[in-house]
Design a protein. Structure first.
Length: 241
């Protein structure tokens, strides 16, 4: 049985990790993957990815790093993403993973004008998502947790934009039959979102945002969370527990 890769591009801050766990754990739970079915590769730490043909699919995590830094490990992973697209591997990128997929396939990533987007945000599903096998089941609007400074400013040629927020027009992208990415965090729960807002409160003040308001606006995001599970089920990766 081929494993499902969790491509780790970073890790949660120490205080959050100590209390709530870390990215691979959140992704495994969100996608309902059996522990014995996953393989975690820490690309930021220099671990090598297996050939795409040797895995059943890949989930690409977020990171505190910036895609525009073009670190060696990040660019190597971008090359792997291109190879994975060639063999039509199921892939789901989140936040940094979303930006890295877009960068790898010819899009442009840069800092989001006006400062970071953080908190529980409203996501609008666009008309072109109606027939999408993943986004087609979403309501016209749903809530999602977000925390990012950079965004996909220009999508790659041939990529379909499926959902947007008031701040970021490219929150959900479809790259082909088997590859999608999201800027928001379907793996976050409300407690994790509040922890990130608390950690970033000084930066939010500097950028003119009210962290207290953002903290109070945090709410459950069941539809966003459902996306990871739906992706895994659609591609035969999930094991219901």
């Amino acid at each position: 049985m081929k494993p499902v890769l969790i491509i780790r591009t970073g890790r949660a801050p120490d205080p959050i990790r100590a209390r709530y766990g870390d990215f691979p754990h959140w992704f495994r739970l969100g996608a309902q993957l059996a522990p014995e079915k996953i393989r975690i590769i820490d690309v930021q730490a220099g671990e090598s990815l297996p050939p795409p043909g040797e895995v059943a699919g890949a989930l690409i995590t977020g990171s505190a790093a910036m895609v525009t830094e073009r670190a060696d490990w990040s660019e190597r992973t971008a090359g792997w993403i291109r190879d994975a697209m060639d063999v039509e591997l199921p892939m789901f990128g989140v936040c940094y993973g979303h930006q890295l997929m877009a960068h790898a396939l010819g899009g442009r990533v840069d800092y989001l004008p006006g400062g970071r987007e953080i908190g529980t945000v409203s996501i609008e599903v666009l008309q072109q998502a109606e027939r999408d096998p993943l986004a087609g089941v979403l309501p016209t609007q749903f809530r999602a947790h977000a925390t990012h400074e950079q965004s996909v400013m220009e999508v790659p040629e041939g990529v379909t934009v499926l959902a947007s927020s008031a701040r970021d027009p490219n929150h959900l992208l479809r790259y082909g039959k088997h590859a999608v990415s999201v800027q928001f965090h379907p793996e976050f729960n409300a407690d994790v979102m509040r922890a990130y807002i608390h950690r970033k409160r000084a930066d939010m003040h500097k950028e003119g945002f009210d962290p207290h308001h953002a903290f109070r606006q945090v709410a459950p995001t069941p539809m966003a969370r459902r996306l990871l599970r739906q992706f895994a089920r659609h591609h035969g990766l999930a094991t219901a527990r």
